[in-house]
Design a protein around this ligand. Structure first.
Ligand code: NAP
Length: 304
């Protein structure tokens, strides 16, 4: 039985949603959030929530981490960053979890399927794969949640839809299936996974799976004006651009530099990162937020 869950990175965008979902899913659950000294937001964020205890520890302070994790059944990582965070901080978290006797660990994956991608083609996915190798060798149970891209990014960070020019960009094929799940839907699955002692090594979910052509049709339907797909090159060309961008930029430690965004599209449009074993009903029927819902909300219309 899971009675105590610790969420690391609970001050973050996804992390605070996971905490909210955990509190809703299980009224009896005891929650800890792990935050770095000086991070500064956890106390204020959770001040009104009696069931949440804030623990401060630096990832370099093994003893403090072990103390924070002692008594927890499950550790949920929602950390975000490049190698120093995804590999180094999560390695520290894992080591402390093992010493503290934590039974289960959910790493900060929350991505498309990084397991089959060509090595070197997506930096953030390579980092996840490095961590997965260590997790698989650790004496505790691990569950990764794979969800494709966050749908929310279609109207923000991911420059695939050119709303003003009424174009939807694609690389190589407009008919490649792309998996999307909203942050809120991901958070729900992560919370339910944390409470599920029978969770397998990987849980794949997709709030929606659509092609660039589908997205253009949806936008045409929602706006009443035609949106068309536009070839932006091949995934090979985009991969080359990302390689050059990475070489000339000095932002190797940035979490999402422009070249990393290109690499994400390469993984998605090549089909290498497509989800193949989605299990959307694992935690019962749920009204998943679709790509259409997100686009409709962005355009100001009611979800259809
Ligand atoms: N699939 C997708 O499309 C997609 C899109 C975006 C993000 N993601 C993934 O979702 C996960 C969460 O991302 P997010 O956007 O919610 O992250 P975020 O808002 O940036 O927050 C992550 C948390 O990580 C902790 N953190 C930041 N820098 C750190 C460091 N140097 N060392 C240790 N901890 C650090 C912070 O917690 P404290 O300050 O409290 O310590 C922070 O609140 C990540 O795995 C990210 O890659 C996926």
């Amino acid at each position: 039985m899971t009675s105590t869950v610790l969420v690391a990175g609970a001050t973050g965008d996804l992390g605070h949603r996971i905490v909210r979902e955990l509190l809703t899913a299980d009224p009896g659950i005891s929650l800890r959030v792990l935050t770095r000294p000086g991070s500064g937001t956890a106390d204020g964020m959770y001040a009104d929530e009696e069931r949440v205890a804030v623990h401060e520890a630096a990832y370099a302070d093994h003893a403090a981490l072990v103390a924070a994790l002692s008594g927890a059944d499950v550790v949920v990582s929602a950390l975000s960053g490049a190698r120093s965070v995804i590999v180094d901080a999560q390695r520290a978290l894992l080591s402390a979890a093992v010493e503290a006797g934590v039974r289960r660990f959910i790493p900060s994956d929350y991505s498309a399927d990084y397991r089959r991608i060509t090595p070197g083609s997506n930096r953030n996915f390579d980092l996840r794969r490095d961590v997965a190798a260590e997790l698989d060798a650790a004496p505790l149970r691990v569950t990764s949640v794979l969800n494709g891209a966050f749908t929310d990014m279609l109207t923000g960070q991911a420059p695939m839809i050119l709303f003003r020019r009424r174009r939807v960009l694609f690389w190589s094929s407009p008919d490649q299936t792309l998996d999307f799940t909203t942050k809120d839907d991901v958070a729900r699955v992560v919370a339910l996974t944390a409470l599920d002692d029978t969770a397998p090594r990987v849980i794949e979910v997709a709030g929606d799976s659509v092609t660039a052509r589908d997205i253009a049709h949806t936008l045409t339907d929602l706006t009443g004006t035609p949106f068309s797909t536009q070839w932006a090159g091949t995934t090979g060309m985009l991969s080359g651009m990302a390689r050059i961008g990475r070489r000339v930029s000095r932002d190797e430690d940035a979490t999402f530099p422009a070249w990393q965004g290109m690499q994400y599209f390469v993984s998605m449009f090549s089909g290498e990162a497509e989800l193949r074993h989605t299990d959307n009903d694992r935690y019962g029927t749920h009204r998943w937020t679709s790509v259409r819902d997100v686009l409709a909300a962005h355009l100001g219309g009611a979800p259809a």
